[in-house]
Design a protein around this ligand. Structure first.
Ligand code: NAI
Ligand code: 13P
Length: 315
């Protein structure tokens, strides 16, 4: 494998002035201000032009923007292979990205999910990162994992799309919980407990939905959960830290300037947990803090006063 995968890449942005600025300054001043972008990267705000002759499209937008984007892609470049990096559910429909894609892309379009522990900033700095590319089309998963793989970005293939997407979505809710716990000074023991019992929640729901246990123990489950619960670059963790300081959710989201998928995902996951009768106490506590005005301290007290039980993963 080479140091860089060396593809001819065009970065499309819907905002024309941002695309032009990135092109002339070689810098994304809003999101990665101190990083110099590769001289080989092209920029465009014209989606049709960007997709013309494209061999692969990576959709890196918040979950809520995936459906309209894929609809446009299917209209402009029917059949072009698509990989998405979104980690969350579509609000309202409670659908994961692959379900949205199956409704918007032409049948038989090669497509899949790219996920795993990967703060954008560290990837942009060329720091070592490992990811998973999941597709129901196993040949496509292997080919595109290989195409994106380099010495700096190791990409593993998987066929468990549901498991990969579920882990990536639910870990954002648990990162809010870890932020709350750390922000309240509960210490390292509590954080390790939250991560481990959080993984049990991901696994319980994931198994109920048909995912594979090994996926939840892998990069897109445990790996991303550890990263997001412990790394201060996580926007979801930051939301938790600020909730613990007593700030309102509205003010936190206004100041963040980025998406924190765990906020919407908490609602969707709790609904799914009810539907599938899966016990998810940490997710429920985060939901109560976010949407039911329960104080972080009271939510933690509630978690601590639960009946002791077995460590098993069963529902
Ligand atoms: N930032 C990170 O380190 C990572 C993010 N992700 C996931 O990738 C997805 C996107 O996250 P970020 O880029 O970090 O979010 P962000 O909030 O930092 O940036 C989102 C970008 O998408 C653009 N956008 C929003 N709606 C759009 C639309 N309808 N059409 C086109 N562009 C649109 C925004 O203008 C912005 O440039 C999320 O689901 C996130 O969970 C996954 C791995 C790492
Ligand atoms: O998914 C991520 C890293 O893998 C980024 O997490 P946040 O969205 O919480 O910043």
């Amino acid at each position: 494998a080479s140091l860089s995968a060396h593809h001819d890449v065009t970065l499309w942005a819907r905002n024309a002035s941002q695309a032009a600025e990135m092109d002339s300054q070689r810098c994304n001043s809003r999101y990665l201000p101190d990083i110099t972008l590769s001289a080989e990267l092209h920029f465009s705000s014209d989606l049709a032009q960007t997709l013309h002759g494209a061999e692969l499209m990576l959709a890196v937008v918040p979950s809520g923007a995936l459906r309209p984007l894929l609809r446009e892609v299917a209209r402009l470049a029917p059949g072009v292979p698509v990989i998405w990096a979104c980690k969350g559910f579509e609000v309202g429909s409670r659908k994961l990205p692959h379900e949205v894609a199956s409704e918007e892309l032409l049948e038989q379009t090669p497509c899949g999910a790219l996920s795993g522990p990967s703060f954008a900033r560290e990837v942009a700095l060329g720091l070592p990162t490992a990811l998973t590319l999941a597709s129901l089309n196993e040949a496509f998963a292997r080919q595109s994992a290989l195409a994106l793989h380099s010495n700096r970005l190791r990409v593993y293939a998987s066929s468990d799309v549901m498991g990969v997407e579920l882990g990536g979505a639910v870990k954002n809710v648990l990162a809010i919980a870890a932020g709350i716990s750390d922000g309240m000074g509960f210490g390292h023991n509590a954080r390790a407990a939250l991560i481990t019992r959080g993984l049990a929640e991901i696994t319980r729901l994931g198994l109920a939905l048909g995912g594979r246990q090994e996926t939840f123990m892998g990069l897109t489950g445990m790996g991303d959960l550890i990263l997001t619960c412990t790394g201060d670059l996580s926007r979801n963790r930051q939301v938790g830290l600020k909730l613990a300081q007593g700030k309102s959710l509205e003010a936190i989201l206004r100041d963040l300037g980025h998406v924190a998928e765990g906020v919407n995902t908490a609602r969707e996951v709790l609904e799914l947990a009810r539907q599938f009768q899966v016990d998810m106490p940490i997710t429920q506590a985060v939901y109560q803090v976010l949407f039911e005005s329960v104080a972080p301290k009271a939510a933690v007290e509630d978690l601590l006063s639960r009946e002791p039980g077995s460590e098993a993963i069963s529902r």
